[in-house]
Design a protein around this ligand. Structure first.
Ligand code: MTE
Ligand code: MO
Length: 247
């Protein structure tokens, strides 16, 4: 057998094994939506390992004494006119719209959310660019919100939008249903301040900072990310951010 044929057989074999692995992975929900491209194999390995071995892993929680005295708010886009109007009304007009693959789409006011399950955790938020801080976050578990609208069985992702028109993100249903994933309206015992994403922020403590979208306004339950944020399910892929940001 010539070297050339052997090599092409070998390459063919690797491609075939890769394709079989990918098919199996897809079947068991182990392939992230950004599995192709240069970083694809790495992203897939991380995602699959976290989903197989760490589905219920908890983000580390800290004692109260370690809450950062001076948390640093990342720079954000200037608020829109619509945002300013909500702010002038003390956010009584703010609604979280939940729709998509649900039995009953619904808009929640802050008062309605606060009247549901309440949970707090003291966790770290870490920006991919290197800084982080620890705070106490209080909110309504996203699982409770999703339960209230009835998630359909074919759902695989939730896509969530900021009122800041440039920000959207998505996570899988596992991450959405995780007990520490909170529709957050409180921080360090007070209302969530606007620079930190008030009145509402999705706090996903098992994921890097950029998954923690501020000024949360809309959640769409979906079975695919095709067509969402140019197919990446994110607004920030151009900055080189991976879809799965598990830490
Ligand atoms: N709406 C909105 N959400 C956002 C951002 C943003 O610019 N706009 N920045 C993200 C990034 S990159 C990080 S690291 C965290 C920063 O959170 P912090 O401001 O509380 O430090 O918020 C994330 N959520
Ligand atoms: Mo970030």
């Amino acid at each position: 057998m010539s070297t050339l044929t052997r090599r092409s057989l070998l390459v063919g074999g690797i491609v075939a094994v890769g394709a079989a692995l990918e098919a199996t992975g897809r079947r068991f929900g182990l392939v992230p939506p950004d599995c192709s491209g240069f970083y694809g194999p790495g992203a897939t390995l991380t995602y699959a390992a976290h989903r197989v071995f760490g589905r219920n892993a908890q983000a580390r929680e800290f004692p109260r004494s370690l809450i950062s005295a001076k948390p640093f708010a990342n720079e954000i886009a200037p608020p829109t006119d619509a945002f300013r109007r909500h702010q002038a009304a003390n956010f009584t007009t703010w609604r979280l719209q939940v729709e998509g693959l649900v039995s009953q789409p619904r808009a929640f006011s802050l008062a309605e959310l606060r009247a549901m399950d309440v949970r707090s955790h003291i966790t770290e938020i870490a920006c991919e660019e290197g800084w982080s801080y620890i705070a106490e976050w209080t909110g309504t578990p996203l699982a409770a919100v999703l339960q209230a609208v009835g998630v359909r069985p074919e759902a695989r992702y939730i896509v969530y939008y900021s009122s800041d028109p440039d920000w959207l993100e998505s996570i899988d249903i596992d991450e959405a249903m995780h007990a520490q994933t909170l529709v957050t309206w409180g921080m360090n015992g007070a209302e969530l301040p606007v620079p930190f994403g008030g009145p509402l922020r999705l706090r996903v403590p098992r994921q890097l900072g950029y998954k923690n979208v501020k000024f949360l306004e809309r959640i769409v339950v979906a079975d695919t990310l095709k067509g969402v944020g140019n197919g990446s399910g994110q607004s920030a892929p151009n900055d080189g951010y991976a879809w799965y940001a598990g830490i």
